[in-house]
Design a protein around this ligand. Sequence first.
Ligand SMILES: *Cc1c(COP(=O)(O)O)cnc(C)c1O
Length: 392
Amino acid sequence: MSDLKNKIENQLSAMYESGTYKNERIIGSSQETSIFVNNNDVLNFCANNYLGLANDIRIKNAAIQAINEWGYGLASVRFICGTQEIHKLLEKRVSNFLKKEDAILYSSCFDANGGIFETILDENDAIFSDELNHASIIDGIRLCRAQKNRYKHVDMEHLESLLKKSTSKTKLIVTDGVFSMDGNIAPLKEITELSKRYDALVMVDDCHATGVIGANGMGSGSYHGVHDSIDIISSTFGKALGGASGGFIASSHKIIELLRQKSRPYLFSNSMAPPLVSASIEALNIINSDSFIFERLNENTSYFRQRIIDAGFEIRGDDHPIVPIMIYDAKKAMELSKKLLEKNIYVIAFSFPVVPKEKARIRVQLSSAHTKNQIDLAIDSFKECAQELNII
Ligand SMILES: *Cc1c(COP(=O)(O)O)cnc(C)c1O
């Protein structure tokens, strides 16, 4: 016991010293563009609340109504006594929305990614995974017996060379649709071309893309015009689609049928709670009926991107509400985010090991709920604080 205690203490103090220890900031309000932090109202530019639905009155009412009608929880996994009509309805709505044959719910996308690879692949198969894929994909792959290939980030030559060498029966290419640290969108046109040439399947984790990019928020495949060539989509209800929790996989009937029979996080973890299920259905209703919600998001994104460049900053990423503002120096990035918080702008600085060494940045995330005035305030504060620190 004392050995373990020492080991833990050493690890924790190493984190303190290297500055990688994560302190959680306590929020004293609901999740909105303006939140209560450190006894202050601050403008929030670091949530994945892309459509501003996390505290939307329609979503909240759907959740409250579901509690009254379907109860708080199910105290069961799906296959014992945890499947209600609303679970089947949400699965139907997800598969319609993503134009796939079927869909299956999980408690989270982390669970969805954790439960798919070992279910559908065995030792005769091979996986090809982008080196910067989400931790849940990495963990899910670890659990399966397929041959594992990691390709350099969005490097299509490297991916092709690995596909060429492979003699495995089933080949599965898996990628994040949007990479959250750079805000870049996976090159799915090229990936789906390679998949056809080498007879591979394609799986996309669209957590930062569902309800954000593509036609009507259909995601990264739609953004690149190759949606139909994506075989498997995993995603979350915890970001744009309401921001609570829950995940899903949309794919062919057969794949979903097998997941229901064998996928361990689905079989052995509780059914999604009724308020979350109904609120997720409402989130899909909202994005189907309110096309302005995407217009506002796109407008806010391009407005912020243009104005922050005009202010003299260098940014990264594609046409996406994740806007990494490159500071390079880790200490300066930290100081800038601290100064910004003093001016009531809440943004997060990322440095090594979350991003490569000397590539520290501040990540801004826009929402369709931000007002132009709020964005202007953020830009002005960025300018002032960065000038004080001689960054621009
Ligand atoms: C957020 C995220 C997840 C995890 O989603 P949860 O539903 O919160 O578990 C998985 N993959 C990617 C790419 C993500 O961004």
